[in-house]
Design a protein around this ligand. Structure first.
Ligand code: AR6
Length: 184
């Protein structure tokens, strides 16, 4: 019999509460802005933890449009790579925000796959300074991550890192709402 913790049954989509800069995964995702030159929130925390070399590499990239992502090294972070995704600013929900947020997840995951990475951690993109409603963002994140894992059976783990109990509750609810028959 296969024990429940074996790789055959271990969930590949997980929600944790914590600080993304501490995650020991191949890549962490940053909730960046179009300049890619740093900011507050998770962006500030990632730049502080990675060290000044991260900003130096970001300066070479020439920015990034909303809904896309760019990859850099992780420098002093436990993660070897940082994927900088630019989420939409919430403007009421009728300005393509849902699709732009979904594209952030899709593009970040595509970059990870192209590089042959197996584990990735996301923050709740756009739900801080950019004002995207948490429950709505969580549903989009979970939907896109599940679709990616379904299409990429060799991918190891997507970790959704929640900064505090409110985010954790929203993401856990989104996971339950859309639970597949089999573990992800
Ligand atoms: N680990 C995990 N999640 C975190 C951390 C952390 N260390 N710190 C904050 N969060 P935000 P946005 C959560 O504002 O809304 C920046 O200035 C936070 O609680 O960081 O996409 C950029 O430069 C929230 O749930 O990003 C942009 O200008 C989530 O991360 C702008 O903010 C995202 O909050 C982007 O805004």
């Amino acid at each position: 019999m296969v024990p429940p913790t074996s790789s055959a049954t271990r969930p590949r989509l997980v929600v944790v509460e914590g600080d993304i800069t501490r995650q020991d995964v191949d890549a962490i995702v940053n909730a960046a802005n179009t300049t890619l030159l740093g900011g507050g929130g998770v962006d500030g925390a990632i730049h502080r933890a990675a060290g000044p070399e991260l900003l130096a590499e970001c300066r070479t990239l020439g920015g990034c449009p909303t809904g896309e992502a760019r990859i850099t090294r992780g420098y002093r972070l436990p993660a070897r790579w940082v994927i900088h995704a630019v989420g939409p600013v919430w403007r009421g929900g009728r300005h393509g925000e849902d699709e732009l947020l979904a594209r952030c997840y899709r593009h970040s995951l595509a970059l990870a796959r192209e590089r042959g990475l197996k584990t990735i951690a996301f923050p709740a993109i756009s739900t801080g300074a950019y004002g995207f409603p948490l429950e709505r963002a969580a549903r989009i994140a979970v939907r896109e991550c599940r679709a990616f894992l379904e299409a990429n059976p060799d991918f190891g783990e997507i970790r959704l890192v929640c900064f505090g109990p409110a985010a954790r509750a929203a993401f856990e609810a989104a996971l339950r709402e859309t639970a597949p028959d089999r573990p992800d």
